[in-house]
Ligand binder design. Structure first.
Ligand SMILES: [Zn+2]
Length: 73
């Protein structure tokens, strides 16, 4: 099975800042292209980098992809 992990999706990572620790939750550009996510998904800049935010309930989603999906329901 192929595991597709878009680690380096042409993101505008700010390399000027200090080296970041490994965050398990990272915003993925692929989320914006997901039809079931883009209806409500917003990208915000947080202290931890980009994060996903729900445009309807203004909730910041820092969960896994699966949780993003379930939030849609
Ligand atoms: Zn919401």
């Amino acid at each position: 099975m192929l595991t597709f992990t878009p680690v380096h999706v042409n993101s505008k990572t700010d390399y000027r800042t200090m080296p970041k620790p490994q965050y398990t939750q990272k915003f993925r550009d692929a989320w914006l292209k997901d039809p079931s996510l883009k209806e409500w998904l917003l990208v915000i800049d947080s202290t931890l980098g980009r994060a996903a935010k729900c445009k309807f309930c203004s909730k910041i989603i820092t969960s896994h992809y699966a949780d993003l999906k379930s939030h849609d329901k």
